[in-house]
Design a protein around this ligand. Sequence first.
Ligand code: 5AD
Ligand code: SF4
Length: 364
Amino acid sequence: MNISYYLHKKELNRDDLVFLLGRTEPEELDQLYCAAREMKKEWVGNVDYYRGLLEFSNRCIKNCCYCGIRRGNRQVGRFDTPKEDILAMALWCYEQQYGSITLQSGERQDEAFIDYVEDLLREIKSIGNGALGITLCVGEQTKETYQRWYDAGAHRYLLRIESSNPKLYKTLHPQDGHHKWEVRKACLDALAAIGYQVGTGVMIGLPGQTLEDLADDILFYRNQNIAMIGMGPYVVHHNTPLGKKVSEAGLDSPEERARRLRLSINMVAVTRLFLKDVNIAATTAMQTLHPLGREMALKAGANILMPLVTLPQFRNQYQLYDNKPCLEDGQEQCRNCLSARVASVGDTVGWGQWGDSPHFFNNL
Ligand code: 5AD
Ligand code: SF4
């Protein structure tokens, strides 16, 4: 069976997803990405939306084995962005017509943090009378906390499941009772029950991860009725248990990185083909593995970009993985650079619009 048979099939099953994800021949990849781009045009248009990404603190109670700001990494200085700077950046996003802002930090569950975020949300919501869409990405919390933040103005929440395979998830996290797949999944359920537009995603090319796992990740998105997807390649961070293991095993070669990038773009394309009307981000990690990684993702069906608005003085303290791009840039440069990338693939930017996932409303 050649690839066009699968690309014209009405309903793709798990085996079909595995087949498509595993394509490596350039002509086949061209066909796959073209079909996904057509699907993007049909369901969400050739318009890409911005979410200004503000990484406001790198304090984290978790110790994920892959992440550069894990609690156990003593080489990284911890920071909190002063509130007035966060508000100034939110105002800047509004003035630049970004439409939406994403507030991201490491995970904390103390009352001071919960209050702080709640306050922040109310203040950002008051800018332009609620003009900015607000996405939160601050980890696992109780249902009560999620509800408080929803009431304060957040309406989207990103929480990556990291892998839909609980066994693989286990290999990536310490067994200390604080990193439980089931708890994470329950958080996704709680967010949906409250009424958030829920985003999730996975890391791609993880040691031990199979094509079947990735196909199951896409099925997980569907089963959870996910509206927004943020996923990208696993990238080594030198001072993490997983990064050290992968490097020592010789699994961070240029060929291996190219494989992880290809798999990531394939995931974007196959997710677009399968889920059609969801929002899919072209993530920074893709650019880490190739200078044109984000353009590749846009061409293969992604429609969301997250220009960094993290304060330049804190950018090098928010490195989840090595060689993160844009560390030297200010928010102006990130804006112009991404606009050029969007134009280069023949898309336009949805300035000033929230760019909500049509899937969320199609399912109400
Ligand atoms: N490589 C790629 N992505 C990573 N993340 C954390 N560490 C890495 C890494 N080394 C991702 C996780 C997390 C998100 C905020 O960043 O998926 O959910
Ligand atoms: Fe903390 Fe998120 Fe990094 Fe895990 S991936 S250590 S929760 S910032």
